[in-house]
Design a protein around this ligand. Structure first.
Ligand code: ADE
Length: 226
């Protein structure tokens, strides 16, 4: 079973995304094992210090190397890991290709940054991969870590009820997903496209592909250039 260990200074922030819906089901069914580790428990000082002022001056606290090193070493004694990932806005941006790769990789450690960042020696010597979830800055790496986990966990075989549904997601083929409709087929004067209730599988597939391309050209033309 894939194991994901998340290291955070504020692990309480991580709880809710894992306590419902698809992620909870995956955990309950033993399809993935996710654990949170409080960085403060690995501090080397009595007052549980985990961050300090930056050398050279400047605003903001920086996460220290010792607690992170202690926690990672503790985890590495018990398991083998494919990647030690650091969530940070100054990194390559997450995409579906990375999610696919990480979903079939071995165990993962995810480190959440906070405040001003993390001692560069952690990035240079402990971390094997850095991921941003987009070109905007959040207060910490906890929400990004939850985003990354969700994107990976839903791809693990058996997690989604419908085995094909992850394959038809937006981005799996660099196209946005086509529009979807459900009952009623007519709401006030709003009708579902006839083709979707025609029962003709080939026509439906062709319509969906056409809509996918149309939507991608309109909203994300950059994807079509890839
Ligand atoms: N931490 C703060 N902002 C972030 C972002 N955009 N991606 C990943 N980690 C972050």
């Amino acid at each position: 079973m894939k194991k994901i260990d998340i290291i955070s200074a504020t692990p309480d922030l991580l709880k809710s995304p894992f306590s419902g819906s698809i992620m909870k089901r995956a955990l309950d069914n033993g399809l993935v094992d996710i654990n949170f580790h409080d960085l403060k428990d690995y501090s080397i000082s009595n007052n549980k210090q985990i961050d300090d002022y930056q050398f050279g001056g400047g605003a903001g606290m920086v996460l220290m190397i010792e607690p992170i090193n202690n926690c990672v070493n503790f985890l590495k004694k018990q398991n083998k890991y494919s990647e030690i990932i650091y969530m940070t806005p100054d990194a390559p941006v997450l995409n579906q290709k990375i999610c696919n790769k990480l979903s079939v990789s071995g165990n993962l450690i995810i480190i959440c940054g906070h405040y001003k960042g993390i001692d560069q020696r952690v990035r240079d010597n402990i971390i094997t991969m850095e991921i941003s979830i987009g070109d905007y800055v959040l207060s910490g790496g906890e929400l990004p870590a939850a985003v990354l986990c969700d994107s990976i966990v839903r791809l693990i075989p058996g997690v989604l009820n419908d085995g094909t549904s992850a394959l038809t997601d937006s981005f799996q083929d660099n196209l946005l997903a086509p529009p979807v409709y459900t009952r009623p087929s007519t709401f006030q004067n709003l009708k579902v496209p006839d083709v979707l209730i025609s029962g003709n599988k080939n026509k439906i597939e062709a319509w969906r592909e056409e809509k996918s391309i149309e939507k991608t050209e309109r909203i994300r033309p950059d994807l079509l250039k890839k």
